[in-house]
Structure formats: structure tokens, C-alpha cells
Write a protein that binds this ligand. Structure first.
Ligand code: HMG
Ligand code: MG
Length: 290
């Protein structure tokens, strides 16, 4: 018996690798994305056209996108903080892009050097341009429960930013528990507020596993109708501008969990296990021969 389908949006090559201390060769990133392409994902976030001064690990994003073997049916996604990033992402043939805002002012300033309002103004022309070329735009809201700088974040603050991103044209809004502070209760309270303004079918849960509660938070989200979850193979990741942010919830764990619950993810667990091994080797600093 299946409970229907659930999608895992793989973010390891971006959210995972952006925070690694070791300078990871582009060939390793390409090999990881190529392996992930065989696993059955529809969307893989593998690039970020941000300032290399801010996030040096993502500096090779253009090369990475140019080097991967694109598989039919997979959309290769990239983060774009401003028009410059958008132009570079389009030139690199990203299949979709993501803009990223925050529900808290402190994180917005530290992460993208802008207030929430300024960031939304900065994103508006990106959405406008993307609309002209039918490029899907995803929107992130960070710090949906707690901010490492401002403390607790109210569900209404999250709903307000999610509502604006959706109204601006984001086809999906991904809700980031950036520092893994959420509990099933606080995630549920946040989702109830967001669900009032954005259809639940357009929401995704993006939960970091800092405190080991990401899976419980996914369960709480499932019960409220969320069916898309961001995850990173090998539990890679964190955010360089969120002290205490550890890895994303591990794709292999989420895929097994969803399968055990009876959801169909369309993923090949053997391939994901191989990708997770690669990711862990990259994280450990040993790397591998790509
Ligand atoms: P700024 O310093 O205010 O901007 O940064 P600027 O316009 O003054 O530019 C500074 C320098 O960066 C200039 O170079 C620009 O040319 C260059 P210089 O003249 O000094 O040589 N620059 C760029 N270079 C390449 N690509 C670009 C670009 N833009 C400017 N697109 C900025 C503002 C937004 C650029 C900066 O703050 C930035 O890049 N921030 C990104 C931070 C980031 O990537 N954080 C991690 C991703 S978010 C995340 O992980 C959370 C998420 O996973 C969800 C969750 O978990 O909550 C999504
Ligand atoms: Mg994240």
C-alpha cells in the first residue's frame, strides 16, 4: 500500500558543499551530481552564483554546471542572490533558480547584507526576467523557527515572507529551519500559519539536523500535508552565515524513512547509498578520484 508520492529535493551539492572547509575540486562536485542524477531525483540543487568572497566553495559553480552530464527529466538548480547571479546562472544553463530570503532581519543582514525588504526588492527583477524565459524560480525562507542572531521567529513573520515570495511568482517556497532549532510543535505552528497564505502543495520543508530532530519535523510536516523535503546526501552541509548550522537532514535517511512509511519517492536507494559514500568521503577531506 502506498500513501502517495513524496519528493526529495536534493540539495547536497549546494547546501552541503557550500560549508565544507576543504576546497573541493570541481571534478568531485561533478562526479557527485552525476551519481545523484542516476538516483531518480527530479531536482538537484548543484550551484550557487553568489559572491566568491562570501562563499568561496561555490566559486566553481559555472564550471560544475558545464561539466555535469545532464539527464533528461532532471532539473539542475542554482541559487541567485541578485541580478548578477541570475545572469550567470542563465549563462550556465541552470534549469531553475532559487532566491533566498529570511524571516528574521539579523540573518538577512548577515547572509545577504540586506534587510528583508531590501532583499525582496532585489529579487523582484530576477522574477521578472525569469518569467520572460519561463525559468522556474523557487523561494527560500530561512530561520523559520529561530535565528542565530535574533532568537525566536514568529510563525506570522515566516508567513509574511512566504506569502510575498509566492505572490512574486515563486512556484514553491522552501521553509528553512536553518539551525535545526525546530521541534514538531514549533514546526507545526509555523506551517499552520504559512499554509493559510501559500497552498500546502507549494511548500517544501528544508530542515537542518543540528539537534537530531529533522526527521520528527518531517513527520509533523507530513501530517500537515507537506510532500516535498529538501535533503543532502551524507547529511552534508550547513550555512556559513548561521553559526551552529550543521548538515541538512540526510537524503538516505529520509528516503528510507518515507519508503518505510509507505510513500513513493521514485528513488533508487542503492544509488543514493553510493552517493552518500561519495559525499562522506568529500566531507572527510579524503576526497576521491572523480
Ligand atoms: P555585498 O558585499 O553587499 O554586495 O554582498 P556587493 O554588490 O557590494 O558585492 C561585493 C562583491 O561581490 C563585489 O566584488 C561584487 O562584484 C561581487 P568586488 O567589486 O568587491 O570585487 N558580487 C558577486 N560575485 C559573483 N556573483 C554574484 C555577485 N554579487 C556581487 N552574484 C551578496 C551581497 C548578496 C552578493 C553577498 O552577500 C552574497 O553573495 N551572499 C550569499 C551568502 C550565501 O550564499 N549564503 C548561503 C546560502 S543561503 C543558505 O544556505 C540557506 C538555505 O539553505 C535555506 C536555509 O537553510 O535556511 C537556502
Ligand atoms: Mg540550508
Amino acid at each position: 500500500m502506498t500513501l502517495g508520492s513524496c519528493e526529495i529535493f536534493e540539495v547536497g551539492p549546494r547546501d552541503g558543499l557550500q560549508n565544507e572547509a576543504r576546497e573541493i575540486p570541481v571534478a568531485e562536485k561533478i562526479a557527485l551530481v552525476n551519481k545523484l542524477s542516476e538516483a531518480g531525483f527530479s531536482r538537484i540543487e548543484c550551484a550557487s552564483f553568489v559572491s566568491p568572497k562570501w562563499v568561496p566553495q561555490m566559486a566553481g559553480s559555472g564550471e560544475a554546471l558545464a561539466g555535469i552530464s545532464r539527464k533528461d527529466g532532471v532539473r539542475y538548480a542554482a541559487l541567485t542572490p541578485n541580478m548578477r547571479g541570475y545572469t550567470d546562472a542563465v549563462a550556465a544553463r541552470a534549469d531553475e533558480i532559487a532566491i533566498f530570503a529570511s524571516a528574521s532581519e539579523g540573518f538577512s543582514q548577515k547572509n545577504i547584507n540586506a534587510s528583508i525588504a531590501e532583499s525582496l526588492e532585489r529579487f523582484a527583477p530576477i522574477l521578472e526576467e525569469a518569467r520572460h524565459i519561463d525559468l522556474p524560480v523557487r523561494g527560500y525562507v530561512s530561520c523559520v523557527v529561530e535565528c542565530p542572531y535574533d532568537g525566536a521567529v514568529s510563525p506570522s513573520a515566516v508567513a509574511e515572507v512566504a506569502d510575498k515570495l509566492f505572490a512574486m511568482g515563486c512556484y514553491e517556497v522552501s521553509l528553512g529551519d536553518t539551525i535545526g532549532a525546530g521541534t514538531p510543535d514549533s514546526i507545526a505552528r509555523m506551517l499552520l500559519a504559512v499554509r493559510d497564505v501559500v497552498p500546502v502543495g507549494r511548500l517544501a520543508g528544508h530542515y537542518h539536523d543540528t539537534n537530531g530532530r529533522a526527521m520528527a519535523n518531517i513527520d509533523a510536516s507530513l501530517s500537515l500535508g507537506v510532500r516535498v523535503f529538501d535533503a543532502a546526501v551524507g547529511g552534508l552541509g550547513g550555512c556559513p552565515y548561521a553559526p551552529g548550522a550543521s548538515g541538512n537532514v540526510a537524503t538516505e535517511a529520509v528516503a528510507s524513512h518515507l519508503a518505510a512509511l509507505g510513500y513513493d519517492t521514485g528513488l533508487d536507494l542503492d544509488v543514493i547509498t553510493q552517493a552518500a559514500d561519495m559525499a562522506r568521503a568529500m566531507r572527510g577531506g579524503a576526497g576521491f578520484t572523480a
